[in-house]
Design a protein around this ligand. Sequence first.
Ligand code: UT7
Length: 334
Amino acid sequence: MRRAKVVGTGMYVPERVVTNHDLEKLMETTDEWIQKRSGIKERRFAADWETPADMAKVAALRALADAGLAISDIDCIVLATLSPQHEFPGTSFFLHELLDAPEIPCFDLRAQCTGFLYSLATANSFVRSGQFDRVLVMGVEIHSMGIELTTRGRDVAVLFGDGAAGVILEASEGGAEDPGVIEVRLHAEGKHARKLWIEAPGCALKPTRVTAEMIADGRIYPKMDGKFVFKNAVTRMPEVLHETLSAASKKLEDVDLFLFHQANLRINEYVANALGIPAEKCLNNIERYGNCSAASIPLLLAEARESGLAKPGSLVAMAAFGSGFSWGCGLLRL
Ligand code: UT7
C-alpha cells in the first residue's frame, strides 16, 4: 500500500524572547495572571527584518537537511498560516522564492490553528494518490505584528508567539503498521467563525475593506470569546481524538506521544485528565513559545524528534482546535 511517511522535520523560532514581565510594561497584565490562565511564561517575537517566509525558510532547510534532501527533491509545498506575508500571493510563494525552488506548485492553506493538520491531510492525499512523491508541509506565524499589545487587546495579545516548523512527507510502500500517516480527521463549524477572528481588512467591509475608524476601533486585531472557545476546545479535541483512533482501530493506550495544539496549557491538561492520558505522554511547549497557531504542532513534533522523545516506530497523535471553528486529529507512525 502506498503511504506517506515523515522523513524530515525542522523548526525555527526567532531569537527575541518576550517574557510576561516584558508584557507587563506594555499593558495592564501580570506574569501571575498569564501563567495561571494559560501556562505561558514567554514567547518569541520576530525581529524587524524577519518575514514569515524568512522564518519558514530556516525551518524548511532544517527539515530538508534532516531528511537528507534538497529542495529539488520536493514536488509541492503546502504552507499553513493565518498571518500572511502580504494579502496575496500566499506566503508559500515567498518561501518558494527564498528556497530557490524549481517550478513546483505551492499554496497557502487557511485553517488557523488546525492549519497544520489540514495541510498534513492534503499532503497525505497528494502522496497516497500518486500525484506527488514528496511534499513539504509548513506552518508559520508572525503573530507579534497582528496583536494589539495594549490593555485593550490583552486577553488575546498575551497568548500568541511567532514560530515556524514543518515536515517532509515522502511516498513509501508498507502496511498499516509501517511508518506513515495513518489517519487524519478534520471538522469545521463555520457558524462560530466570529467567536475568534480578525474582521478587517476584508471584502465584506464595503466599499473600502478597511477604514481609519475600523483601525482606531481595533477591528484589525483578533477578537475572541475566550470562554466559549475554551469550552468547545475541551469538547472537540477528545471527540476527534476518539474518532481518529477508532477509524485506525487503535486505543488511547497504543499512542506513545500526544501533541496537542498549544492554545492554553489548561485546555491540554483538561483534555489529558479527561482521557486519562499520563502527563509524560503529552508534550507541551506553550510555556516557552505561546500559541504559534499553525506552527504549534510541527514545532512540538520537531522538538520531540530532536530530543529523542519521538523515535522511529513511535505512534504520535496530534489534535488541534481553533478559529473557524476548525478542529482535527492526525495519527502517524514515525
Ligand atoms: O488557538 C485558538 C484557540 N484559542 C483558545 O483555545 C483559547 C481559549 N480560551 C482561553 O484560553 C481562556 O478563555 C483565556 C486564557 C483566553 C482567558 O481566560 P478566562 O479564564 O476565560 O478569563 P476571562 O477572559 O474570563 O477574563 C477574566 C478576567 C477579566 O476581568 P473581569 O471581567 O473578571 O474583571 C478580564 O478582563 O481577566 C481579565 N483579563 C486579564 N487580566 C490580566 C483578560 N486578559 C487579561 C490579561 N491580564 N492579559
